[in-house]
Write a protein that binds this ligand. Structure first.
Ligand code: GLU
Length: 362
């Protein structure tokens, strides 16, 4: 949604079409009133920029909201130098709930979504035209703005299901998340490597929030989630029902890294969730904020300047544990697709890159 909004368009969004959009730190109703009433505040000067995330229960919906907050600066905001938003004048960014990485990659690649948070493994597949993105489904226009934070594979089991290993999921009721999520893509791969075909267990394809509800109600034995630790939805579950996290065997991690070197060894630390009393070996992958190559270079540059402005750091860090892991210094970690040209220019100016040529492997 890259166009500017008319007064009518803004009112329509404010009134009816908002759906699952989070505009952090902004009151949409107040904004609409301020914008529509004041002659000096022209709705023509507003630009709306969407960030696709994942399901509302996931960490990325919160992270997308935080990013929206720091890059937005609609008319009437408190000035940056007085402790207000240091975002892009006239910009209203919104975090939008989606199915997750795979859907996001397609929507951004096709230019139907301005930007999104996606797993770097899914980005590599989409940009490289592999797996579900083969042939005409290749998303060659996908570009990275920045790396955000490492997401962790979390395989949550109810303790009373008495499952200790991946192979133990045989015959169990397991949520692999929704089709279109990056979680499902990785879950299928992990299960296949453990020798489990979908016929070997009872799969559910539900989002994190639904999966947690089903775990709590005894309708599921296990669920997969690829995302930040601690994930509040899993923390709530652990507070109500005894859970364990399944470890990933080191050999499986080695095999995954051979396939995609961007996979990382990750550890879910003891105490991350109630009842998880030992460190759990797992794997992870950076989440990337991606856009389409057709986004203007100036806009890509301005988004990053706002995101990595020093005033944004405390907001990110205080907003969510995953936000504490986000920093300009790690903005180029784990990239699997080329940088947007405007992003490359920004990182060159920040002296993180030597030339403004996008350097990530194509
Ligand atoms: N990485 C997950 C996915 O693409 C989403 C994680 C989240 O929603 O926090 O499916």
């Amino acid at each position: 949604m890259r166009g500017r909004f008319t007064r009518h368009g803004l009112r329509r969004i404010a009134g009816r079409r908002i759906g699952k959009l989070a505009i952090c730190g902004l009151s949409l109703a107040g904004l609409a009133v301020a914008t529509l009433a004041g002659g000096a505040l022209s709705a023509q000067d507003l630009r709306f920029f969407r960030i696709g995330t994942g399901s509302t229960a996931g960490v990325n919906f919160s992270i997308g909201g935080l990013i929206s907050s720091v890059v937005s600066n609609p008319p009437g905001s408190r000035p940056c130098e007085r402790g207000g938003s240091c975002g892009i004048p006239g910009l209203i960014a919104v975090a939008q709930a989606t199915q997750g990485s795979a859907d996001n990659a397609r929507e951004v690649g096709l230019g139907r979504l301005d930007s999104a948070i996606i797993q770097a493994d899914v980005a590599a597949q989409a940009y490289g035209g592999k797996g579900a993105f083969a042939g005409a489904n290749r998303q060659a226009e996908l570009r990275a703005l920045t790396s955000l934070y490492p997401e962790t594979l979390q395989i949550v089991v109810r303790r009373d299901a008495k499952v200790k290993t991946l192979a133990g999921l045989k015959g169990k009721r397991v949520s692999i998340d929704t089709a279109g999520s990056g979680t499902q893509a990785l879950a299928r791969n992990v299960l296949a490597r453990a020798g489990l075909r979908p016929a070997d267990f009872k799969p559910s394809m539900v989002d994190l929030g639904t999966g947690v509800d089903m775990m709590r109600n005894g309708q599921l034995d296990a669920l997969f989630y690829v995302g930040g630790v601690p994930a509040p939805a899993i923390a709530q579950l652990a507070d109500m029902v005894p859970i364990d996290l399944l470890p990933l065997p080191p050999a499986a991690l080695a095999a995954f890294r051979k396939e995609e070197p961007a996979y990382l060894a990750m550890t879910v630390l003891a105490g991350s969730y109630a009842g998880v009393t030992t460190d759990i070996a797992s794997m992870g992958i950076y989440s990337l904020w991606v856009t389409n190559s057709k986004l203007s270079d100036d806009m890509a540059y301005a988004l990053l300047k706002a995101l990595w402005h020093k005033s944004a750091q405390p907001m990110l860090a205080n907003g969510h544990p995953a936000g504490r892991q986000m920093a300009l210094a790690s903005a180029l970690n784990g990239l699997t697709i080329p940088l947007h040209a405007g992003a490359a220019r920004f990182y060159t100016d920040m002296k993180l890159l030597k030339t403004a040529t996008p350097t990530a492997k194509p």
